[in-house]
Write a protein that binds this ligand. Structure first.
Ligand code: ZN
Length: 186
């Protein structure tokens, strides 16, 4: 049975550890972990989750962008499990954008990330995939990839002034949504 797993939070030393490569994707524990992470990311309104966030130190994460209360403007995609992911190439251009993390509740940060990346990963069936990701989905990948090396988004902000509370972030989102509606009515 698949189940939602508890997410560990900042301060738990496991979140700062590096994860190991997965040698057998078909392993029953790994397959169950993938299913459990899929459920966990959905139930917590995440757009991605990495195995170390549930205290499983394997190089595996889910990218699951979709609009939800925590990310109202996220693009919709089928959730993908990425095993032993790697960044093969990246754009020179970086963009700053807001991120949050299920392991860092109550805080948002403006984080610079590559705008475009070419990545390689093994999928749930054990097949090697090579895809280009851009904008928000590229951002999710880079955020989750960092978790595999014990890095969290607050390590990546250029200034502590780029950190804000969830409450203020929600106000910004509402303001942006209102001004967008006003603009589109013109
Ligand atoms: Zn995170």
């Amino acid at each position: 049975m698949s189940e939602s797993l508890p997410v560990i939070k900042l301060g738990n030393p496991t979140l700062r550890q590096s994860s190991s490569f997965i040698t057998n994707v078909k392993d029953a524990h790994i397959q169950k972990l993938i299913n459990d992470l899929m459920i966990t990311v959905k139930e917590t309104n995440g757009v991605g989750i990495a195995a170390p966030q549930v205290a499983e130190l394997h190089r595996l994460f889910i990218v699951a962008s979709r609009p939800n209360p925590r990310y109202p403007n996220a693009p919709l995609m089928e959730p993908i499990a990425m095993i032993n992911p790697k960044i093969i190439e990246h754009s020179m251009e970086t963009v700053k954008g807001w991120e949050g993390c299920l392991s860092v509740p109550g805080i948002r940060g403006k984080v610079p990330r590559y705008q475009s990346i070419i990545v390689e990963y093994t999928d749930i069936n054990g097949d090697l995939k090579n895809v280009q990701l851009v904008d928000f989905v590229a951002r999710i990948f880079q955020h989750e990839y960092d978790h595999l090396d014990g890095v969290v988004f607050i390590d990546r902000v250029e200034s502590t002034k780029d950190l804000i509370s969830e409450e203020e972030y929600q106000k910004l989102q509402n303001y942006n949504a209102t001004s967008f509606q006003n603009n589109s009515q013109k």
